[in-house]
Design a binder for this molecule. Structure first.
Ligand code: NAP
Length: 522
């Protein structure tokens, strides 16, 4: 069983006792007291350990291993001795591997204090704040071979998602209870998926501001956002691949959906540096990792084109319109391991428009559509409308980009034309779709249509921006009597299509909408 260990830096005994009570109420199994700045008061620390609401790990990390303790080693041994010999000793003492090795005398003292069958276990730990140490396996093996060592702990700064796989491999072959953690944003999977690989524990903080290591989630995030209680060795892993991804709403939305339909999966942020090589290396390794059950992903900027190439090179299938658009946002893996790439953006945009106008996709034929912007979102939207036989005018600040887009999708319908953005006020379309970031948070007073064309009654204005859900463009359009549709609808629909592809369940779209709205409200 993998334990959930809260961490707290001890500032005062009352604060630490309160932290232990809150950690217990939040569902933690253990608490790590970081006593680096409190080591001068062993009697108070004994009182803390005896009265804490949870069994505890006591760690007094010296400055040379990334901590704050700058006292002498004799004082540190005396502190441990006091705690261990108290009527209620800590469950574990954490001691860094470099410290344990520093002298024969020090090793002897520690071995005598922390006997393999004693009430307090020794965690031997090794940290590298620069990256994965080249002798990682040897270190793990050396720590495991110390008779007094009850738990081996290694932590290093992850450079990429690949580091997590190293942590999982260590856990898979270890012969003693082990903790293998990757620090930093790319290392989050090693913390959340610790249960899948039978780690001895994972660490979490009580508040976002109280982390004791970079990339550490809070207890609430681990339990409520990342489904800690449901994770088991068979849990499927999904995520949002992009750069950056830390502010993606995907984890909140999809994990809530998995909860609602009882699908055994967890969805994580998966940052991958720009470029095809990092993308292909990470995704290949994640797909091939035994026991990981990597099941699929949302793929966002800058990897939407990379996904198409990757799936093609791996012999998978690609949705024809995604191929034509030149970008895909969804990776799905079948039970037989085969891969599929799809683009749910264009379909979500079309469905959002059809729902707002109460028509079927066939009803889009012959409609006159103004698409504002010629970037990635516009590409998907133009492709969708062109395939639906609508007439499309692409208005863009850079006319050449609008021209390129029109040339590409004109072949089939002959009805996609480019125009300069400043010609928008002369437009006489029936549907307007904003595919630029103009009006997005925090620039919510901006609009791509400051001088509105003479909108006929029944004109649809659709803003693909979802933050805020009601942009100035939509407010202006509504005031002018137009029908409006929000990017929030599009986001929910594209996420729902992905969800259905991965789970085979109908997506709980009302829940998705509620979670996304709450997420945007902060
Ligand atoms: P992108 O590839 O960077 O393209 C942005 C487009 O906006 C370009 O055509 C650019 O014109 C134009 N633009 C940017 N700033 C401008 C300005 N100040 N004045 C005039 N034109 C400007 O971005 P994207 O990936 O297409 O995303 C665009 C928007 O779509 C995002 O902001 C997002 O809100 C929305 N989106 C929503 C969803 C959803 O699910 N609701 C999904 C995807 C995207 P130039 O060509 O002249 O540079």
């Amino acid at each position: 069983m993998t334990l959930l260990a809260a961490t707290t830096m001890v500032q005062s005994i009352d604060q630490a006792l309160d932290a232990a009570s809150r950690a217990a109420a939040g569902g933690a199994d253990l608490i790590e007291f970081r006593v680096d700045r409190f080591a001068h008061d062993p009697a108070s620390l004994s009182h803390l350990v005896a009265n804490a609401a949870l069994p505890c790990i006591v760690t007094c990390r010296p400055t040379w291993e990334g901590g704050f303790y700058d006292g002498g080693e004799d004082a540190r041994v005396n502190l441990f001795k006091n705690l261990i010999q108290a009527p209620k000793p800590p469950a574990y003492i954490d001691l860094e591997w470099a410290g344990y090795q520093q002298s024969h005398l020090w090793r002897q003292q520690i071995d005598q204090l922390l006997r393999p069958d004693g009430p307090t276990g020794l965690i031997l730990s090794s940290h590298d704040f620069d990256g994965r140490p080249s002798d990682l396996s040897q270190r793990v093996e050396a720590m495991a071979s110390v008779a007094a060592c009850r738990v081996v702990k290694v932590a290093w700064r992850a450079q990429s998602l690949l580091d997590n796989l190293e942590a999982f491999k260590i856990l898979a072959r270890t012969r003693k209870p082990t903790v293998a953690i990757c620090m930093g944003e790319p290392g989050l999977p090693s913390r959340v998926l610790a249960k899948k690989f039978n780690a001895m524990l994972t660490f979490a903080s009580l508040e976002p501001t109280a982390t004791t290591a970079e990339g550490q989630p809070t207890i609430a995030q681990l339990k409520h956002l990342y489904r800690w209680d449901t994770i088991n060795r068979d849990t499927r892993v999904l995520g949002v691949i992009g750069h950056p991804v830390s502010h993606s709403a995907g984890p909140a939305v999809h994990n809530a959906g998995f909860n609602a339909v009882g699908f055994d999966a967890v969805y994580l942020p998966m940052p991958i540096a720009p470029g095809y090589d990092p993308f292909a290396a990470c995704v290949s390794a994640w797909l091939d990792m035994p026991g990981l059950h990597f099941h699929g992903a949302s793929v966002t900027i800058p990897h939407k084109q990379n996904l198409l190439r990757f799936v093609r090179e791996r012999g998978g299938t690609i949705e024809p319109l995604a191929q034509q658009i030149g970008a895909a946002n969804t990776l799905a893996r079948s039970a037989d391991g085969s891969l599929h790439a799809a683009n749910t953006d264009y379909a979500a945009a079309l469905d959002t428009v059809c729902a707002a106008l109460n028509i079927s996709r066939a009803g889009l034929a012959q409609r006159r559509v103004a698409v504002i912007g010629a970037g990635g979102a516009a590409r998907a939207v133009v492709a969708g409308f062109a395939a639906s036989d609508a007439t499309v005018v692409v208005y863009n600040r850079t006319l050449e980009k609008a021209q390129e887009l029109a040339d590409q999708f004109n072949g089939k319908t002959g009805k996609v034309v480019p125009a300069r953005l400043d010609k928008l006020c002369d437009s006489c379309c029936q549907i307007y779709v904003n595919c630029t970031p103009i009006g997005m948070h925090p620039h919510t007073d901006a609009t791509p249509i400051p001088a509105a064309p003479s909108w006929e009654p029944g004109t649809l204005v659709f803003d693909t921006i979802y933050n805020p859900p009601r942009t100035r463009l939509l407010r202006d359009a509504q005031a002018a009597g137009c029908v409006t549709a929000s990017g929030l609808d599009m986001f929910v629909r594209q996420a729902a299509m992905q969800f259905e592809m991965w789970t085979g369940h109908a997506a709980p779209t009302d829940l998705f909408r509620r979670v996304l709205t709450e997420y945007l409200a902060g």
